[in-house]
Ligand binder design. Structure first.
Ligand code: AP5
Ligand code: MG
Length: 219
């Protein structure tokens, strides 16, 4: 594995991007940039960006490219990104992918791999409606596949777990449709540049992790 690596985790809502990004962060010290988490932090602080983002997120729509690209470009300019980044949920459109390529090229860097975590829609819907997370530390659980040790409580800090607003079944269905229309074309974009690394995301979390780690180690 070379010094600073830049990895994209590509996949539908619920594919396990956030789960695997945390592993890459812990294992390799990569900075975890989740555009969804950045938006949710702004929503919680009720910033103008948060108010705008919420109006799209609540409907399961993408936040407009200009706003999203500006936010992520500001984030990757920070010093902690020099040691490498795992991108989770960004890019999601061609415009975002091109903006990321251009920004990295300016710093003489480039994407090492776009890991595509593949999961069927039916499994995604089941997973998202069973997801609970800790509002304090962000730890993510799943009532079916990855439950907390004590019901309703975070293993790390015992805070009461909460559900994401956009994990309601009708919003989940819209998010999946938006993914198919606007983000799935990026699979072909990264295939053509030779960066695509498909992974079966329906395996146990630990098996998916082993494949993702092997891809990172080969860079
Ligand atoms: P975002 O926060 O990025 O959500 P998402 O892409 O819809 O993905 P999720 O976070 O729901 O799923 P995940 O793949 O991280 O899965 P997780 O690891 O949690 O975006 C939210 C919204 O913000 C968007 O709808 C949009 O409005 C806006 N937005 C964000 N980025 C944007 C952008 N770039 N452009 C425009 N708008 C943007 O896992 C899910 C569940 O499954 C968990 O319970 C987990 O424990 C479980 N699980 C994980 N892996 C496995 C496994 N292998 N087996 C069994 N269970 C598993
Ligand atoms: Mg996520």
């Amino acid at each position: 594995m070379s010094n600073a690596i830049y990895i994209i985790l590509l996949g539908a809502p619920g594919a396990g991007k956030g789960t695997q990004a945390e592993v890459l962060h812990a294992r390799f010290g990569l900075t975890h940039i989740s555009s969804g988490d950045l938006f949710r932090e702004n929503v919680a602080r009720q910033t103008p960006l948060g108010v705008l983002a919420k109006s799209y997120m609540d409907k399961g729509e993408l936040v407009p490219d200009d706003v999203t690209i500006k936010m992520v470009m500001e984030r990757i300019a920070r010093p902690d990104c020099a040691r490498g980044v795992v991108f989770d949920g960004f890019p999601r459109t061609h415009a975002q992918a091109q903006a990321l390529d251009a920004a990295l090229a300016q710093q003489s860097k480039k994407i090492g791999a776009a890991v595509f975590i593949q999961v069927r829609d039916q499994v995604l819907i089941e997973r998202l409606t069973a997801r609970w997370s800790c509002p304090a530390c962000g730890a993510v659980y799943n009532l079916l596949t990855n439950p907390p040790r004590s019901a309703g409580q975070c293993d790390k800090d015992t805070r009461a777990l909460t559900q994401r607003e956009d994990d309601k079944p009708e919003t989940v269905r819209r998010r999946l449709a938006v993914y198919q229309q606007q983000t799935a074309p990026l699979i072909e974009y990264y295939r053509q540049t030779g960066l695509l690394r498909p992974v079966d995301g329906e395996q146990m979390i630990e098996r998916v992790t082993a494949e993702v780690v092997a891809i990172a180690q080969a860079l």
